[in-house]
Design a protein around this ligand. Structure first.
Ligand SMILES: C[S@@+](CC[C@H](N)C(=O)[O-])C[C@H]1O[C@@H](n2cnc3c(N)ncnc32)[C@H](O)[C@@H]1O
Length: 332
């Protein structure tokens, strides 16, 4: 991002949090769903949501100003992207990720950023995982949020000869499920906190993969990892742990692989020059709440992998501007 020169750019940043909340409240009131089949006038939307017309008009004016909707003579309609990504019935819907993880869990944490910066964050995102109800919200939301990147990752990796994947911090199983569907000989083991197990097993059963994906409940930092795998995946784990744990996780992954096996690290990264991208840079600020988490670049991850002995390290974009996949091989 070039250095800013206009006061309006400062305002845009300063008031961005109101725009986020407008989006979340509109999702929570199911307004994108109510417009899924075409234009609806304000009084009908007020009836359906139980929100007084004058308040709803204020919210919808904000939505229109942000480009989320259009105001026409016959009522409000969804913008094309809202229709595709924010309507529950759409195959590309990811509104539940925004509602249950970003609005409910990440947004409130950020109000304590000043304290997090001096190492006194009152709560961590992953403290929530100790509470079964919050773990369920987080994991259900993450499933919706991870199916898109998992679909990209399955096109970037070659597991055609592989039979066993260890998916550390695999959460709902979004990646294991997607990869097992793509590679019919593959079996996966997910290692994640006990509070995640029930929901993961639900998603795995729903995908008819209970005979190919198993779940080990435990903290990846103090639970033995089963070994002999063709591939080990760490998706969004490096941003969930203290920076000092990252080299240890790379070593554990190395030891869990058979010779010739592949490591996949999928996570947020900032560019090597640390100039952006903005999306990833901002996410690393949210990860400051995962006590002593650090921000890293593709070169940092390549260095960590090579230090423990991995070779042939390559990186690829997964969610452009946000996440990348690092692929490395344990020497045969
Ligand atoms: C953002 S979610 C990603 C889940 C999954 N890897 C994916 O990409 O969809 C992060 C996951 O890391 C898990 N996690 C965080 N710290 C962990 C730890 N120390 N041991 C095991 N799992 C952990 C959380 O429970 C959560 O399921």
């Amino acid at each position: 991002m070039p250095p800013i020169s206009d006061v309006r750019q400062i305002s845009h940043i300063a008031y961005g949090f109101i725009a986020s909340k407008v989006l979340f409240a509109t999702l929570n009131a199911k307004l994108f769903d109510l417009l899924a089949d075409g234009p609806r006038p304000l009084p009908a939307l007020a009836d359906d949501t139980g929100i007084a017309e004058h308040r709803l008009d204020t919210l919808l004016t904000a939505c229109v100003s942000l480009g989320l909707m259009e105001r026409r003579d016959d009522g409000f309609i969804n913008a094309p992207a809202s229709q595709q990504y924010l309507v529950t019935a759409s195959p590309r819907y990811f509104g539940d990720y925004l509602r249950f993880q970003i609005d409910r869990q990440v947004y409130p944490l950020l109000t304590d950023l000043d304290q997090a910066l001096v190492g006194k964050a009152p709560a961590s995102l992953y403290d929530l995982m100790a509470d079964p109800k919050e773990a369920e919200h987080f994991t259900r939301a993450q499933h919706v949020g991870s199916l898109g990147p998992a679909t990209v990752v399955q096109q970037l990796v070659d597991l055609s000869g592989a039979t066993s994947l260890l998916d550390v911090a695999g959460g709902s199983g979004a990646f294991s499920i997607t990869l097992c569907r793509r590679f019919p000989r593959l079996h996966a083991t997910i290692l994640d906190f006990p509070t995640v197990a029930l929901l993961a097993e639900h998603f795995i059963a729903e995908a008819n993969l209970s005979d190919r994906i198993r779940f080990i409940a435990g903290d990846a930092l103090d639970t033995p990892w089963p070994d002999g795998h063709d591939a080990v995946l760490l998706s969004y784990l490096l941003t969930a742990v203290k920076g000092e744990a990252i080299p240890r996780l790379a070593r554990l992954a190395y030891d869990a692989l058979r010779p010739g096996g592949q490591l996949f690290l999928h996570d947020f990264v900032v560019n090597d020059d640390r100039q952006g991208p903005t999306g990833a840079a901002l996410w690393f600020v949210a990860f400051l709440f995962n006590r002593d988490a650090v921000s890293f670049t593709p070169s940092d991850l390549t260095g960590v992998a090579e230090t423990v002995g991995f070779r042939d390290v390559v990186t690829q974009d997964v969610i452009p501007g946000l996440t990348r996949l690092v692929i490395a091989r344990k020497p045969a």
